[in-house]
Design a protein around this ligand. Structure first.
Ligand SMILES: *Cc1c(COP(=O)(O)O)cnc(C)c1O
Length: 365
């Protein structure tokens, strides 16, 4: 049976008529840039996360970059990031002129290790960017405590965990800002690129609104160096249609995860650890196998899609070579990179498809 890692066409079919109507509405109104749908989306995501100010931006990457710019982070500053994450978390730090300081992760959740953060703080440290990897929050109590004690900004990279909670509080609600991505593969996805910044800080929200539009206010008067980080009106309209389904889609992901947990019990793979204080939203369902590459080939041969997030930790990437990290610097992440495999978990996956994935993994010797 064919089981794709994700099936964007199936999701589109489930919302097709509403999405088409929303797009046509924006075209008819000629509201291409920002506009009423983006403003409404900002308010709706503020309500979802319990964080009062939403600023729609051009991508999850730009949400991180604009946040760092608004917080005045630049040359001479250090920003602590997990080494096991998507590139943008650290790439944005380098783009401001600041230095990313890579730290290791925890072996069970794959999230940033608070002890490693503590050990990496120096007088130059300005911020920490915890990532809520694969859909589960990092240890926000510990991270906020470390951040507050050292006077550091905490920027939550929440590209993968929209609607996740930690001790009944929403992801994005802990740090000075939280960022979202609406890349087509994310749990809430646009028809193209998009992102959002959430913050409780009203003055920072105002600054971010200027920065997403070159720092201007009013037009052609520039208070800050910003960029073109604006979210398009069509994306705002599409996202509002899909946001109405997000709770159902998240429940479907969680239900499929629970089925995998049971179905894979006693097999050769290790299923994801979920902390009791966290509600995981399973952007990815990521297992570990000591024979990961052979398992992936076995699944591929059976028509089952899977993904490796991420094959090489960031501290070992060629572009960060001059930072001087060597193999062995973050051993937990380096081991995870060799063992992780993400299985299909889309809300559109059928029970038959999932049973096929489970049976195939159980047959793998
Ligand atoms: C997807 C992602 C981003 C970047 O988002 P884009 O919208 O693709 O720019 C940043 N951080 C993490 C952890 C991501 O998964």
């Amino acid at each position: 049976m064919k089981v794709p890692l994700l099936d964007l066409a199936a999701q589109y079919r489930s919302v097709e008529s509403e999405v088409r109507a929303a797009v046509i509405r924006v075209l008819d109104a000629q509201q291409y840039i920002l506009g009423p749908d983006v403003a409404a989306l900002e308010a709706e995501l503020a309500a979802l996360t319990g964080v009062p100010h939403g600023i729609g931006v051009s991508s999850g990457t730009d949400a991180i970059l604009a946040s760092l710019m608004a917080l005045g982070i630049g040359p001479g500053d250090e920003v602590i990031v997990p080494t096991f994450t998507f590139f943008a978390t650290a790439g944005c730090v380098s783009r401001t002129g600041a230095k990313p300081v890579f730290v290791d992760i925890l072996p069970d959740t794959f999230n940033i290790d608070p002890e490693a953060i503590e050990a990496a703080v120096t007088p130059q440290t300005k911020a920490i960017i915890p990532v809520h990897l694969f859909g589960q929050c990092a240890d926000m109590d510990r991270i906020m405590e470390i951040g507050n004690r050292h006077g550091l900004y905490v920027i939550e990279d929440n590209a993968q965990a929209i609607a996740a909670t930690y001790k009944d509080r929403s992801a994005c609600s802990f740090g000075i800002v939280g960022t979202l991505s609406f890349y087509p593969t994310k749990n809430l996805s646009a028809a193209g690129e998009g992102g959002m910044i959430l913050t409780r800080d009203e003055a920072l929200a105002q600054k971010l609104r200027f920065i997403r539009d070159h720092g201007q206010n009013p037009r052609y008067y520039y208070h800050f160096i910003g960029g073109n980080f604006r979210l398009g009106g069509i994306q705002g309209a599409v996202l509002r249609v899909k946001l109405k389904r997000l709770a159902d889609w998240t429940a479907a992901r969680r239900q499929r995860a629970a089925r995998y947990d049971v179905g894979l019990r006693g097999s050769s793979v290790q299923t994801p650890a979920v902390l009791p204080c966290c509600e995981h939203v399973y952007h990815q369902y990521t297992i570990r196998s000591p024979r990961r590459d052979a398992l992936q080939k076995y699944l591929t041969d059976a028509g089952i899609g899977s993904g490796i997030y991420y094959p090489l930790p960031l501290h070992l990437q060629p572009c960060f070579r001059d930072l001087g990290y060597k193999e062995g610097a973050c051993p937990v992440a380096e081991k995870a990179a060799k063992e992780v495999l993400s299985l299909p978990i889309s809300p559109e996956m059928t029970e038959d498809q999932q049973d096929d994935v489970i049976q195939t993994i159980r047959q793998f010797k």
